[in-house]
Design a protein around this ligand. Structure first.
Ligand SMILES: Cc1cc2nc3c(=O)[nH]c(=O)nc-3n(C[C@H](O)[C@H](O)[C@H](O)COP(=O)(O)O)c2cc1C
Ligand SMILES: [Fe+2]
Ligand SMILES: [Fe+2]
Length: 405
């Protein structure tokens, strides 16, 4: 693979990881992920973000670097916008082959470099707003953007070409399918890149939405020609588009989510399952978009993306040992950990003797500021009357989602 030129003197030297490892040991990446490293060449040379040692990625990065005619020994600076190992793990070995390259990060990032990689020399901390002149018309400006995604995170902006190296902000899952830029995406692939960006946001960034909005505000007066994030597409045709997507995502937890419903259901012996059909009928009748996941079979990564996006959440789950069916409780716990607040919710489910699931659900709904619709519980198998109620309640719930402000 050869490096891809983004602007004169600026190249993508990243790698598309196609691995079946879980990202962060947690999130499936069946379509891979790109680790975007960049090379900026003035009189001096800087690499912005490295890669994790993953599926041959460091070798790939070195091959890309070689294709630009620049040897590791010619690199003056390695800029670490963020210390998460998906962008930094290779720094330990890179230091061995290029000991002259000074590592640049925020003061917190430099501390982390010591603790994560045992590197104590050749480090330079940069303050918010500090500049580094590479000569040859390349000047880098460092913009601290704490907690997008870790506390030490910053972005790097090249002042002449106006390229913003935004790190995890504006990124997405999914290895790039033979392209790099937004204007190269085939019409039929847009849904793939969009869905993988939303899933990445919901899984990785969701908890930092307030800081994402703060970073977008901070950059508001900055003219940007290209957004070059550390994962996913590079946006040169319309950088404003990805900023708008991220702004929209960041506002979902405030209640401004999509008028759609995520239906999560589980059943031990089929009683809640029978009611699930009736619930689906009610929602379908109202023509409200619906995404359905069976718990625990569906992967939480995809469930979280759907719940994050949609205003409406329907939870079908029976009582188990006086509480919610455990795998559903687990999914709701993950939703709580990601602070997916301000939803409208409807729960239904079967119980055998005195129930208890609803009590646990009430507490979760309260914690997450979820507006709860009248729940439906039935003992054992649902009667025809229960099924009728399930359909009508679901339809009324769907209408309330459709008529959201
Ligand atoms: C392991 C286990 C624990 C249960 N614990 C309770 C309970 O604490 N309270 C209750 O009312 N029903 C309890 N039940 C009964 C179920 O809630 C009941 O069978 C229900 O109809 C299951 O719905 P499903 O067929 O959708 O799984 C329990 C059932 C099982 C298998
Ligand atoms: Fe990160
Ligand atoms: Fe990352």
């Amino acid at each position: 693979m050869t490096a891809i030129e983004i602007k004169p003197g600026i190249w993508w030297i990243g790698v598309n990881v196609r691995s079946h490892d879980l990202f962060e040991g947690l999130w499936p990446i069946p379509h891979g992920v790109s680790l975007n490293s960049y090379l900026v060449k003035g009189e001096k040379t800087a690499i912005i973000d490295l890669v994790r040692e993953w599926s041959g990625s460091s070798r790939n990065l070195l091959t890309q670097l070689h294709s630009t005619g620049i040897a590791p020994q010619d690199v003056d600076y390695v800029i670490l916008n963020h210390l998460e190992p998906d962008h930094t793990e290779f720094v330990q070995n890179f230091r061995r082959i290029a000991p002259q390259a000074v590592i640049i990060s925020t003061p917190k990032g430099i501390e982390m470099t010591k603790h994560f990689f045992g590197i104590t020399e050749g480090l330079k901390a940069v303050e918010d707003g500090e500049q580094l002149d590479l000569g040859g018309g390349k000047r880098l400006l460092f913009v601290h953007t704490p907690f997008v995604h870790w506390p030490e995170t910053m972005m790097t902006y090249e002042l002449t070409t106006k390229v913003l190296f935004s790190c995890d902000a504006f990124g997405g899952f999914g290895a790039l399918k033979g392209i790099l830029f937004d204007d190269q995406v085939q019409e039929s692939d847009w849904a793939f890149y969009y869905d993988e960006m939303l899933r990445y946001y919901a899984n990785i960034v969701a908890n930092f939405s307030r800081m994402v909005l703060r970073a977008i505000d901070k950059l508001a007066g900055t003219e940007v020609s290209v957004i070059a994030p550390s994962h996913g597409l590079v946006w040169r045709k319309n950088p404003g588009e990805v900023v708008a997507y991220y702004k929209k995502f960041a506002e979902y937890p405030t209640g401004k989510a999509e008028k759609g419903i995520t239906l999560l259901w589980s059943s031990m012996y089929g009683n809640t399952k029978i009611a699930t059909d009736a619930v689906m009928r009610g929602i379908a009748r109202e023509q409200v978009p619906m995404e359905v996941f069976e718990v625990p079979l569906a992967d939480e990564s995809y469930i979280l993306a759907s719940v994050f996006k949609n205003k409406g959440v329907v939870v079908g789950a029976p009582t188990y040992e006086t509480k919610l069916f455990p795998p559903m409780a687990h999914v709701l716990d993950s939703i709580m950990r990601k602070n997916m607040t301000n939803k409208k919710v409807f729960r239904y489910g079967s119980y055998g003797w005195s129930g208890g699931a609803q009590r646990e659900f009430d507490a979760i709904a309260q914690t997450l500021k979820w507006e709860q619709f009248t729940p439906l519980e039935f003992q054992g198998a649902p009667t025809l009357e229960d099924l009728h109620k399930a359909e009508e309640l679901a339809a009324a719930f769907a209408r309330s989602i459709r008529e959201e402000g």
